[in-house]
Design a protein around this ligand. Structure first.
Ligand code: MLT
Length: 308
């Protein structure tokens, strides 16, 4: 019998598949950390997680049973991959299931920021009819810079085109021909697009190359009044630089779904004028969660039962 541990909330459709899989038994154990997590992992053949649990080198010390961890989602940054490799644990993810939901959330943030949806709603909650205060800006005709033209970046770009935006894209892996076919003007560096964009959205993992991709020197180059969106990973924009950019008026707005430290319930950015924030909701739709759960269970059971 292959034993599977589910370490974060997983959609019921995924749990049903685990229950139906012959030769597999599973347990859901949420909120584990430290020694409790290490001991639990040592008793299972496979694990499924989202981003709530942190698999550190210590979590895998002495491992002799666990063979695979599947992240129900895209980013595997909560799993220490070198330590997993050393412990003989394969790390997998479900790269496709979240794409549309995350892209829609990036667009939602961009529109909410442009039309002051969050503060205007708050004004009504507090009994004010602030029609004059919340003059917005239209996105049609504006230029959106998209950094990273993978699945999510492309889904954002095609949706933004439907909103009649012009798209500048940066992605070292995309050819000029493919970009032109998609109606995207490809640039050679992120710096190159900064003076020309009204909006910027990033769709890359957080790596040594993308950490602080937008920092004070980039804000010097950016078009005055630009608005920035991040529904990818905290840290791609330097949070202190965002605060300074907003204070100086160089940035007209910032919309964030992700933060350097998560969960994040206290940030100087919260409540600043022009800022709209959500608590890492990019993949939080029923559709995305069902899809990533089903994909994760399929990957893990195939691996454990069929070795693929
Ligand atoms: C992902 O990496 O899949 C998304 O950020 C959503 C999540 O963390 O659940």
């Amino acid at each position: 019998m292959q034993r599977v541990i589910v370490l974060d909330n997983l959609a019921q459709e995924g749990l049903d598949l685990l229950a139906a899989a012959e030769g597999v038994e599973y347990e859901v154990r949420i909120g584990l950390k430290g020694d409790e997590l290490r001991e639990a992992l040592s008793q299972f053949d496979g694990a499924i997680c989202r981003s709530g649990v942190k698999i550190t080198p210590e979590s895998l010390v002495g491992n002799s049973r666990l063979k695979a961890i599947v992240r129900a989602g895209v980013g595997t940054d909560n799993i220490d991959k070198p330590a997993s490799t050393r412990a003989g644990v394969v790390v997998m993810n479900t790269p496709a299931g979240n794409t549309l939901s995350t892209a829609e959330h990036a667009i939602a943030l961009m529109l909410a920021m442009s039309r002051n949806v969050a503060p205007a709603n708050q004004g009504l909650v507090e009994g004010r009819w602030d029609r004059k205060k919340y003059m917005g800006t239209q996105v049609a005709g504006k230029t959106l810079g998209v950094v990273g033209l993978g699945r999510i970046g492309l889904a954002v770009a095609t949706r933004a085109k439907a909103l009649e935006m012009n798209i500048l894209g940066y992605d070292p892996f995309m050819s000029q021909e493919r970009a032109a076919d998609l109606g995207i003007e490809l640039v050679a560096t992120v710096d190159e697009m900064l003076p020309d964009i009204d909006y910027l959205t990033v769709h890359t993992p957080l790596t040594d190359e993308t950490r602080n991709l937008i920092d004070l020197p980039q804000l010097e180059r950016i078009k005055p009044g630009a608005r920035l969106v991040n529904a990818a990973r905290g840290g791609i924009y330097n949070e202190q630089a965002l605060i300074e950019g907003l204070k100086s008026g160089k940035l007209a707005g910032v919309a964030l779904d992700v933060y350097v430290d998560e969960p994040c319930t206290d940030s100087p950015l919260f409540g600043m004028e022009g800022v709209v924030c959500t608590p890492h909701l990019g993949a939080s739709t029923e559709e995305a969660q069902t899809q990533v759960a089903v994909e994760a269970v399929g990957l893990l059971t195939d691996f454990l039962l069929n070795g693929q």
